[in-house]
Write a protein that binds this ligand. Structure first.
Ligand SMILES: C[S@@+](CC[C@H](N)C(=O)[O-])C[C@H]1O[C@@H](n2cnc3c(N)ncnc32)[C@H](O)[C@@H]1O
Length: 249
């Protein structure tokens, strides 16, 4: 599915998600991976790395390969992470033919809409994790703690562009494996103000389903606390992350 946010609107992406928002989160994720990896932790792969905001902090410690479905998003990443390898690829199907010490599947995993999608992403992470290595999955939202909410924000850059936005999270059909995010943006630049509305369908799975799929992929799975400092009250973000070890043969 084509999403304008990651194609036509990439020039505005820094106003939606500033790199600095990722610094503390990466501290925690890198420490979890370091703890879980058995042996050296040098190479790092991210599936769905987008603008490379996590990658920017990981690359200061690890040799990073950053992958994403959108070539336009990877261009943003290339600009801020010129020393990283970048590969366009779908996390459900991509095969690099190499293994890494650690693999991160961050918020992009929300675009896995069915158990089959999630299983394919888990398999991709597994085949790219070396025996003794670790993978970390950090879905934004899981079924167990889901509730409808909205968040909004405002940001401006030094070139005089501004974004005001609301993300409205609802679950029109509680029986299926998805929820819906309606993004409404007001984008302001020299030419005036432009409204954009875009709906994203995102995957909703229970904690038990997550664990089952990750175990079936071959991982040993542990739930650990997710850093949620700075997130607005009233959110429904998943309070945990899934820390996975690939056993040695
Ligand atoms: C919110 S952005 C990720 C931002 C990223 N965490 C960062 O640090 O900048 C979500 C990304 O998921 C990517 N995406 C969506 N479906 C995907 C798939 N099937 N495989 C890989 N990437 C995917 C989109 O192209 C988009 O760049």
């Amino acid at each position: 599915m084509r999403r304008s946010l990651y194609e036509d609107l990439v020039d505005w992406y820094h106003l939606l998600d500033a790199r600095e928002n990722h610094a503390e989160e990466v501290e925690v994720y890198d420490a979890l991976l370091e703890e879980a990896v058995d042996g050296p932790y040098r190479t790092f792969l991210e599936l769905g790395a987008g603008a490379g905001n996590n990658g920017y902090y990981f690359r200061q410690r690890r040799a990073c390969t950053l992958t994403d479905l959108s070539a336009a998003m990877l261009e943003l990443s290339r600009a801020q992470n010129p020393d990283c390898e970048h590969v366009v690829g779908d996390m459900r199907t991509m095969r690099l033919g190499r293994e890494f010490d650690a693999v991160l599947v961050h918020d992009a995993v929300v675009y896995m809409l069915s158990e089959e999608d999630l299983r394919r992403a888990a398999d991709t992470a597994f085949v790219h994790t070396r025996p003794g290595g670790a993978a970390l999955f950090t879905p934004d939202i899981i079924r167990d703690t889901f509730r409808e909410f909205h968040e909004d924000d405002a940001s401006d850059d030094e070139e005089g562009r501004g974004m005001r936005y609301i993300a409205w999270v609802t679950d029109p059909d509680p029986e299926d494996s998805t929820y819906r995010v309606d993004y409404a943006f007001l984008l302001r630049d020299k030419s005036g103000i432009r409204p954009v509305h875009e709906t994203h369908e995102e995957g909703l799975f229970s904690r038990a389903t997550w664990v089952r799929i990750l175990v079936e992929a071959g991982f040993e799975v542990e739930l650990r606390a997710r850093p949620l400092d700075g997130v607005d009250e009233g959110h429904a973000y998943c309070p945990e992350v899934f820390l996975c070890r690939r056993p040695r043969a």
